[in-house]
Design a protein around this ligand. Sequence first.
Ligand code: ADP
Ligand code: ZN
Ligand code: ZN
Length: 634
Amino acid sequence: MRKPVAIPQEKISKWHIIEINPTNQEAFKRAPKQQEALSLFNKFKAINKEQLKEYKISTATLKALCEKGLIEKRTSTASFSALVQASPILKEEPLTLNEEQNQALKSIIYNKFNTYLLDGVTGSGKTEVYLQAIHKVLAQNKQVLILVPEIGLTPQTVSRFKQRFNVPIATVHSNLSDKQRFNIWQSIRHDQYPIVIGTRSSIFSPLNNLGLIVVDEEHDTSYKQQEGVRYNARDIAVVRAHKLDIPLILGSATPALETLHNAIEARYQHLTLRKRATNQTLPTIKCVETAKHGLAEEAITAIRETIKKQQQVLVFINRRGFSPTLICQDCKWISQCDQCDNPMTLHKYQTNLSRKEYLHCHRCDHRTPTPKHCPNCHSSYLHALGTGTQREEQELEKLFCDTPILRIDRDSTTRKGSLDSMFKQINTGEPCIIIGTQMLAKGHHFANLGLGIILGLDQSFFSSDFRGPERMGQLLTQVSGRIGRENKGASNIAQVIIQTQFTDHPLLQQLLAQNYHSFARTLLSERQLTAMPPYEFITIIRCHAQSPAIAEQFLRQARRQAEDTIAPSPSLQYLGPIPAAIAKRNNRYHFLLQIKTSSRNQRQLLLQHLCRYLESSKQPHGLHWLVDVDPLEF
Ligand code: ADP
Ligand code: ZN
Ligand code: ZN
């Protein structure tokens, strides 16, 4: 964490408007001076001593507006403005924008609320647009808040901001201790940081003079908090920018359907970057049939050729561990977690010191030794079904024994510094094979990746989650976007190979033959036909208890109460109580009641009544419930 430079802490006071409001003519009939001053506050948001003199605003006027609760005096240390003004803001020259980037930057209006969707293909230079917009805001002496999905995974993004600007930058993420978090929070509150970069919860950072919010990779599901209080930082960003009357930039190569819908409906201004900034063409993508065991022949050949050309290969597989299930060949017993309705993943790998093998439930973290015999029929024919990163690593080690292989998943990066050292190795550009989960799909820029192999995509075609295909399209586009980002000559076009059982799947075909956007439009029209979000609004009342009966009973009562408030109709439908997709977790039973409406206002009304009722009625001991608005999981 970089410490802010020590600067004399002179106290400065400013008068701030509490809420932007068009001046009400009637209310100020007898107070023209106050009315005039208020309209200046509406324009500037905050006014300092020099401006008070310049515009001849008297102490009496200030006092009157203050008593009416319209403005307030805030004192802060001078550090922020001093920091920005003491030295040049820029540490390095900005790049010369290309036509599309320039157009996008020019469209952004500061000092006014608007949501911009910066929709640019991977590598189109969205970050450069953010950097230049941020510069404009810093030059006005205002602060910037940048949300990113995961800081630890994308140190490059943070370092680009640090390289560009001569101002202290706070990074706020989940790996901070409470004390560190408190200290950063305090420093932000005291205007020590012109720039704050952080993950989801930093949307609440106490910045006093915010001028711009950027949400990078806005489609990323990590912006939604799935535990405790449920909120979506992206949606809160919209509310916060609106309240402060400042611009918000949502950036992505694969916008969420909700966001795209808002852009199509012109609620957001749509800015597009269609070309890669380095003029490098996007990689060619093709599908090959899944092989019976492991990698297809074509994929193996392509890896060999890429290594021969001194380039790197990314093998993407979105499952950690050796194999997702252990199954008995004789009686079909599977390695189910005894605390959850969830198969336990087999982990099996070699470290320098030892061989490790165990079963692990990724839901509740429960671990057990791998059984030698089937616990059900004592057969010794136990079979590891399916492939995860560790198994892929073993296969590749056998095939390419002379090439370094780096596995990047949650298991291989728990040790502090291990991810950094792997990134360092990749950044040397030396040929290697990287096996990774979706940890690698997020905004990385590796210069020398010439080939991507995508495995294990098939389950998303049949996902019970209606967002399955959207996620699949985003993941595929983002992973492909990591490949061939720097020019290696026209004869050396980068390639992506998708290994799948469903090479003819119409959605996959559309994604490959056209692009993410036409694919997304198809999904949107399907959502409209089936009355699903973003056309209808879903809310889930979740609850969990020690027994299924208690959980179900609670939700049945909730439904009855809700129906009494607003009776079911085609525009307001109830579903449930039903068990959650994984009903038993950690020995508790999860149930849900789904409410689908076509009107936000109606939903608001219903939830107000329902929550009041549920909060005031006595619940069985040990039962927990919560409301999940616009849920991302079921
Ligand atoms: P994105 O954020 O859209 O994925 P980046 O901002 O990471 O794209 O840009 C991809 C690459 O293109 C980076 O190496 C960046 O330095 C380079 N780049 C961006 N804009 C320009 C530009 N106007 N001129 C030259 N290179 C650029
Ligand atoms: Zn058996
Ligand atoms: Zn479990």
